[in-house]
Design a protein around this ligand. Structure first.
Ligand SMILES: CC(C)(COP(=O)(O)OP(=O)(O)OC[C@H]1O[C@@H](n2cnc3c(N)ncnc32)[C@H](O)[C@@H]1OP(=O)(O)O)[C@@H](O)C(=O)NCCC(=O)NCCS
Length: 125
């Protein structure tokens, strides 16, 4: 991967940004509903099987967080499947559990969130 391409989408419920590595091996998405413009939902984090455990997932997540800051979001949330390494992985990236039993997945996932750093005075200027 040499760069990450951004695709912005408008929906009836809000907007989303899809980020794709230029080699097509990894994606992540931020969805923002019109009802909660301060909150981004992370979706579709995916690294091709052949490219995993080389830090690409972390790079994609950091890229999305950086974009979320640029978009002035205050918080990111996501769903992670129970019983997988993902919950610890996201914890190590600063996410905390807010819902132990997500209703939409019949309790098969947990809801996690992270508060984003507010922009510094320099960034605001
Ligand atoms: C989650 C995913 C994006 C991580 O991508 P990645 O590029 O492998 O992640 P990174 O290389 O940045 O992180 C690697 C770390 O994650 C953990 N990890 C990754 N795969 C793991 C596995 N199969 N079992 C246990 N731990 C694992 C390890 O702690 C590893 O750290 P280490 O390399 O120091 O051992 C990738 O596994 C994936 O696409 N999974 C399928 C889709 C999915 O579940 N997406 C998440 C939706 S919430």
């Amino acid at each position: 991967m040499t760069k990450i391409i951004t695709h912005a989408n408008l929906w009836w419920w809000g907007k989303s940004y899809t980020f794709i590595s230029d080699d097509g091996m990894a994606t992540i998405e931020i969805a923002i509903s019109d009802e909660r413009p301060d909150l981004g939902e992370l979706r579709s984090l995916m690294v091709h099987e052949s490219a995993r455990q080389k830090g690409i997932g972390t790079t994609m997540l950091r890229f999305a967080e950086h974009k979320a800051n640029e978009l002035k979001l205050e918080q990111l949330c996501l769903n992670a499947r129970k019983g997988t390494f993902l919950i610890d992985w996201y914890r190590r990236h600063g996410y905390e559990i807010y819902d132990e039993n997500c209703e939409y997945s019949n309790g098969q996932t947990v809801g996690m969130y992270k508060n984003l750093e507010p922009p510094t005075e320099e960034e605001k200027a």
